[in-house]
Design a protein around this ligand. Sequence first.
Ligand SMILES: Cc1cc2nc3c(=O)[nH]c(=O)nc-3n(C[C@H](O)[C@H](O)[C@H](O)COP(=O)(O)OP(=O)(O)OC[C@H]3O[C@@H](n4cnc5c(N)ncnc54)[C@H](O)[C@@H]3O)c2cc1C
Length: 470
Amino acid sequence: MDKRKRRVRHGMVKERARILVVGGGYVGMYTALRLQRKLKRELNRGEAEITVVTPDPYMTYQPFLPEAAAGSLSPRHVVVPLRRVLDRCHVIIGEAETVDHARRTVTVTTLATEEEGTGARRLPYDELVLAPGSVSRTLPVPGLADHGIGFRTVEEAIGLRNHVIEQMDIASSTRDPALRDAALTFVFVGGGYAGVEALGELEDMARYATRYYHNVRPDDMKWILVEATDRILPEVGEELGRYTVTELRRRNIDVRLGTRLESCAGRVAHLSDGARFPTRTVVWTAGVRPHPLVAATDLPRTARGRLKCTPQLTIDGVPHAWAAGDAAAVPDVTAAEPGTECAPNAQHALRQARALGDNIVHALRGEPLRTYAHRYAGSVASLGLHKGVAQVYGHRLKGYPAWFMHRAYHLSRIPTVNRKARVLAEWTLSGLFKREIVSLGSLEHPRAEFELAAGGKPSPEPPGDPKGSS
Ligand SMILES: Cc1cc2nc3c(=O)[nH]c(=O)nc-3n(C[C@H](O)[C@H](O)[C@H](O)COP(=O)(O)OP(=O)(O)OC[C@H]3O[C@@H](n4cnc5c(N)ncnc54)[C@H](O)[C@@H]3O)c2cc1C
């Protein structure tokens, strides 16, 4: 019996496998974790090698971004350090630019390639896991590129928090009523969980913060949610979506259904219903589209630009290529209607990643692949401290019980015991003491003070800075 066959018989991989994981989010991190656990022996013997390419050295637990924006959680506790958890993988901090699967290579730029000016580096692989997730789905709305604020990264969440508190400071100190009005007007576009949770948490935080301002009252602020369809939070079902609208309106939040943002040029939000709001804050959370990297590959895509996948999480008709998560169109085999794809959410991403990791191991060992099947269990959403909605396995919860469920669920889901302990400790402390309402916006310009002291000119604000100037 030849050596190769003997390896298969003993449950080992057929030959040395270089596995390349592109993306260090839900799918990338959980797949790599699964692989490093299941391929322990192979990694020790040098029969397998796992490389993860991702732009940031951490995985962001996105469902906690609204709580980070509200100051209930520190930014570093909503991210998971990849080098620590993926201690048996090579982690490369960089961006995949193109994928040439026919040649089994990915081109990658890193900070070093930029410094050296050498251009992108080619990384060869045997098995590819493509998981770059999604990006905001933007529309050609005038002024959006200049003034819009995204809400997908920890930097954006903390930037938005600082920005909101700064607007309250501006409103408190200006004598110009128009400036004060614009500073206290906050427009959120998109009524999915990212938009609704971000708005719910930030409004709650700002309302609380007004008690420390002598001249800003909760009623002075305008919080507006603009949604193009006739419902919000489709993830929790129709009835809870309606409840959420009522609950937000009860808090004086102006929820406008069937309405679109037509322009925010000149820092004035023009809505399709004719309303016009001068504002310094337009948060764009109107859906996602697959990451542009997907289009820079030679892999098959659906009409909506997601990678065409099989229920076994391979890329359709392409050997040695795998995908899952927001960038992948994975058939939902539990759906009644044929052709339904799994929705882009964390619930699927996490479970798909585990199945994907297992299937790569099965493939390497010559075993049959498992079909990914998960019936959507429902959703939980926070609408601010002690407020929420939840729909889990058909059970509907509102208010405090839903909020508690939201926290319990995400605490159980955030990776690593270390992170769970830190998050729990923070929640416990914030329950005992008053909320943090300080803005550390100056952290975004750490050299400004020294530049001034040294007689230089402070550097211009970085592009996309939500603070803007007008
Ligand atoms: C604010 C917010 C709240 C959310 N709340 C919920 C919730 O409550 N429940 C729920 O189910 N879902 C929620 N989601 C959705 C959920 O987070 C996503 O569905 C999930 O993260 C998808 O996982 P993914 O691995 O496909 O993508 P991601 O987790 O986004 O990971 C993609 C990774 O690829 C990396 N990457 C990007 N470009 C490149 C490149 N060129 N080269 C290499 N790497 C690259 C990214 O940096 C990132 O690390 C929320 C999303 C947001 C933004």
